[in-house]
Design a protein around this ligand. Structure first.
Ligand SMILES: [Zn+2]
Length: 96
């Protein structure tokens, strides 16, 4: 009889721990969703696929990769993204 009580106690403990973990997960998920809505942005996985306002498309016609606005070179093809005084793309200079 004591063994049966221990089994029930262990199962109940596991159930309580799972319920607590599950509650924390749900609260984290809801808070994260509300925070994303408060920022006025789409979920992270959508923001990655869509060009955001803080990004600059690659100048290379065959690349067109989306790079951060502050990036100086394309992260995919390596072409210079910064523009010189004439408004044209800066040419990379190879040293040695
Ligand atoms: Zn590129």
């Amino acid at each position: 009889m004591v063994e049966g009580f221990i089994v029930v106690a262990v199962v109940l403990l596991a159930a309580v721990l799972f319920a607590a973990w599950f509650t924390v997960r749900v609260i984290t998920w809801i808070v994260g969703g509300i925070a994303a809505l408060a920022r006025g942005g789409a979920p992270a996985r959508l923001a990655q696929s869509l060009p955001a306002s803080g990004t600059a498309a690659c100048l290379q016609a065959s690349c067109r990769a989306t790079n951060p606005q502050h990036a100086r070179f394309c992260r995919r093809c390596g072409i210079a993204l910064a523009r010189d005084a004439r408004g044209g793309p800066v040419r990379m200079r190879y040293v040695a």
